[in-house]
Ligand binder design. Structure first.
Ligand code: BGC
Length: 792
């Protein structure tokens, strides 16, 4: 009998049940008599957000200081797996020092719409890229014996209504787009844990989804770690346990423990099912018990954060004005130059060790630099600030203008309403551009920004969210010490209305439609030849490159693309060779092309290097809805080699002998072969439903814990809940009122119970909402009873 089997025999049922949920907000139960330690978890994903006091819920206290690395949306533009791996290692070192055993990251959800408020925490619109990065991060982190928790499984594509909505996704999109990055990370990097999402997927909550948790994750992908609920994402605990959710987080203060306990005693849940989950949790507890709180060098991590930023910034436009000569006449305008927006808000927000600012870094290169804030990063019109800046710009030769999203505009909990820059910044740019054409915009923000102002400036350097150390790289790039080499990991559309899910995003409180199916991001724009502002994979450099002497070597299991890259310009720089695969046989509907390999090369002036990119034949796969698995269609393909999805340098035809010879074309789904706008009727047929459920359902008189505040805020009881939630959210949020409103509307009663009220009191509220005023009120007022394992 091994140690864990032995422990299982010694644990009481009460203790076993206690291990299946947090003892507080961040830790699992420890059982001293059997020397079972707590497992300590912290956010994630671009640095540690560890709270000194684990008992507190979310945002009441400041986290301990940690390195704020550039968030995922930034590092994704590096196209450098090695850097992502290094970031994982560094975060692992910080976790060790702070006695954290599992870091809640990486986030590998797909950026379905640029409006998603949390896109800054995700890598890409492309599942291949997100999967490659996710695996690199997990490998790095876990090399330090600190576990990863890959999130949010699955289809957490929006912030509005994330606690209640149901992502209605067809099978192909589900497997090819929304699950693919998870598949890759699980099968290639073996993460210790996965986080179940809040939302439903095709009618079933992420944490209750036996099809995803049991069948796919464990049986098909071979996952042997633990499934953890997103914080508060457990709906019916017993159902979730049976479906494969091992650990409920945070503590439900025994509300759910008692349900499991009673279900077990009544024979509604199998003891084996409990033992299996306990066993998985104990395996992690065993893994971490000898971890030592080793120290790390803050300065090395700061340097790495700088390196990542430097490799990730994307030059979107340059007519030759950049790089500037440091001796040139220029002024700097924009509050974000001295107070940069380095990360988004919400559970990922790191308390940085130090934050460098671009203005200070520029002043290190040149003593006297005139600076004008021009606007306030709190929004609103500031005539005086603007007037001073515009006046100064009139007489300057060049203007370096810092623009971007602000802390209030990019946060977990609500989707962005617009892709536009704040109005005060656009007004400033407009006024300056009437007087001075030599404007260099330095852009900040983790989500896509509407760049229809591009004709008003001569260059745009996109520094995304630069983390705590990116400022130095901004100064170095502006003055040519370093050439930009980042490439966009998501498409910049001409306008928001061009995005494939525009008409249906974010859907309603109860259902979110995904009619675009697999046509997400560049898969959509490229398949239907839609113009875009900046394509996927795009980014300029100060130097120029030649791609040459390509060849393709084909074996039974893989193809290898060989390609030389020569730096033909005047600066050292880097280029990313990207390989896209195009299926030319098309017996089923396909995207025009898909990224299947990439490699970044750094080249000195006149230098040439060979790049080898290996693509396993299995990557030519599509999800077959008839055989219910990935297949490779036999037939002709093209291998397109380029430097963005729209800059293809050379195309090679090849023939592949796959796993399926002649898939029968599917008439039901035929509309998806050719059309670029998918009707709800097409979508209904694709889903195989008789009728689409409405985006917003009428639950009045039938409210439950999953009812949103938005649904009840006009009722008598709902008004009080709305007010309580608003007061609570306002304590920590700096969002503008309209975004704050969506955030509050989206909160479910179950989530509201996490801060303050207990779950059983909230049941009383539900009773009152459903007209049982007296009984409900009594329940609401009744103090909590004694609970299991002292988790009261
Ligand atoms: C977020 C997770 C996060 C968790 C703990 C949730 O609201 O969705 O990503 O890890 O909180 O902070």
């Amino acid at each position: 009998m091994d140690k864990i089997d032995e422990l299982i025999t010694q644990l009481t049922l009460e203790e076993k049940v206690g291990l299946l949920s947090g003892k507080n907000a961040w830790e699992t139960l420890s059982i001293e008599r059997l020397e079972i330690p707590s497992i300590h978890m912290s956010d994630g994903p671009h640095g540690l957000r560890t709270l000194a006091d684990s008992v507190s819920a979310m945002d009441e206290q400041e986290a301990i200081q940690a390195t704020c690395f550039p968030p995922e949306s930034t590092i994704a533009c590096s196209f450098d797996r090695d850097l992502v791996n290094k970031m994982g290692i560094a975060i692992g070192e910080e976790a060790l020092k702070n006695k954290v055993h599992i870091v809640l990251g990486p986030g590998v959800n797909i950026k379905r719409s640029p409006r998603c408020g949390r896109n800054f925490e995700y890598y890409s619109e492309d599942p291949y890229l997100a999967g490659e990065y996710g695996a690199a991060f997990v490998n790095g982190l876990q090399s330090k014996n600190v576990g990863a928790c890959v999130k949010h499984f699955a289809c957490n594509s929006q912030e509005n209504y994330r606690f209640s909505t149901n992502a209605l996704v067809d099978e192909r999109a589900l497997h090819e787009i929304y699950l693919e990055a998870f598949r890759k990370v699980v099968t290639s990097a073996k993460p210790w844990s996965i986080m179940g999402s809040y939302n439903k997927i095709n009618g079933v909550y992420g944490c209750e989804n036996a099809e995803l948790l049991h069948h796919l994750l464990r049986e098909t992908w071979g996952f042997d770690g633990i499934v953890i609920s997103d914080w508060g994402a457990t709906n019916e605990r017993v159902l979730a346990l049976k479906a494969g959710l091992d650990l409920e987080m945070p503590s439900s203060h025994s509300y759910n423990d008692e349900k499991v306990y009673h279900a077990m005693n009544k024979g509604e849940v199998d003891g084996i099912c409990i033992d299996e989950s306990v066993c998985r949790i104990l395996k992690i507890a065993e893994k971490i018990q000898d971890n030592e709180a080793t120290d790390y060098q803050e300065i090395f991590h700061h340097e790495l954060a700088y390196e990542i930023a430097k490799e990730s910034f994307v030059l979107l436009k340059n007519d030759g004005i950049l790089p500037l000569n440091i001796q040139d006449d220029f002024i700097v305008i924009g509050e974000l130059a001295r107070n940069p927006h380095i990360q988004g808000g919400g559970s990922s927000k790191v308390n940085p060790v130090y934050v460098n600012n671009p203005l200070y870094e520029m002043k290190k290169l040149k003593d006297r630099i005139a600076f004008y804030p021009g606007y306030s990063d709190k929004g609103g019109e500031q005539e005086e600030l603007m007037g001073q800046a515009v006046n100064a710009a009139k007489n300057a030769k060049n203007v370096i203008l810092f623009l971007g999203l602000t802390d209030a505009l990019e946060s977990e909990g609500a989707d962005r309403k617009t892709l536009d820059l704040p109005h005060n910044q656009l007004a400033l740019l407009d006024a300056i551009s009437r007087l001075n054409r030599n404007i260099i915009v330095v852009l900040q923000g983790g989500g896509v920004i509407n760049c229809d102002f591009e004709n008003k400036c001569r260059a745009i350097l996109h520094t995304l969210l630069m983390g705590q150390a990116g400022a130095k790289a901004v100064a170095e790039m502006l003055f040519g010490e370093v050439s930009p080499g980042g490439k966009l990991a998501e498409t910049y559309p001409l306008k928001l209305a061009d995005t494939p899910c525009f008409n249906y995003y974010p859907g309603g409180a109860h259902n979110a439609y995904y009619p675009e199916s697999i046509f997400v991001g560049y898969r959509y724009y490229d398949s239907f030849a839609k113009p875009v502002r900046y394509p996927f994979g795009y980014g300029l450099s100060y130097t120029t490159f030649d791609l040459g002497t390509e060849s393709i070597l084909q074996t039974k299991n893989a193809i290898t693309v060989r390609c030389s890259v020569t730096n033909t310009g005047k600066y050292a720089g880097s280029e990313v060779v990207q390989v896209y695969v195009r299926n030319k046989s098309k017996k089923d509907f396909y995207a025009y092309q898909e990224l299947k390999g990439f490699e970044k090369v750094h080249l000195k002036r006149d230098e040439t290097k060979m790049v080898n990119i290996n693509i396993p034949i299995s990557e030519f796969k599509y999800y077959d809805t008839r055989t219910k698995r990935f297949e490779v269609e036999s037939g002709t393909y093209e291998i397109a080699i380029g430097t963005s999805s729209r800059a293809i340098h050379r195309v090679f035809p090849i023939v592949i002998y796959g796993t399926i010879n002649k898939p029968t074309p599917d008439n039901i789904r035929s509309c998806y072969y050719t059309k670029s706008a998918f009707s709800l009727e097409d979508y209904r047929r694709l889903l195989g439903l008789i009728e689409l459920p409405p985006e917003v359902e009428d639950h009045s008189k039938n409210y439950d814990l999953n009812t949103t505040i938005g649904e009840i805020k006009n009722t008598f009881v709902g008004k009080q809940i709305y007010k309580m939630a608003k007061d609570e959210v306002k304590k920590t949020s700096i969002m503008p009122p309209e975004i704050l409103e969506s955030m509050i509307d989206s909160i479910t009663l179950r989530m509201a119970a996490l801060s303050g009220t207990s779950m059983s009191q909230m049941e009383g509220v539900v009773m009152m909402l459903n007209g049982r005023m007296i009984k409900g009120y009594q329940k609401f007022k009744k103090p909590e009873g004694v609970s299991l394992n002292g988790k009261a």
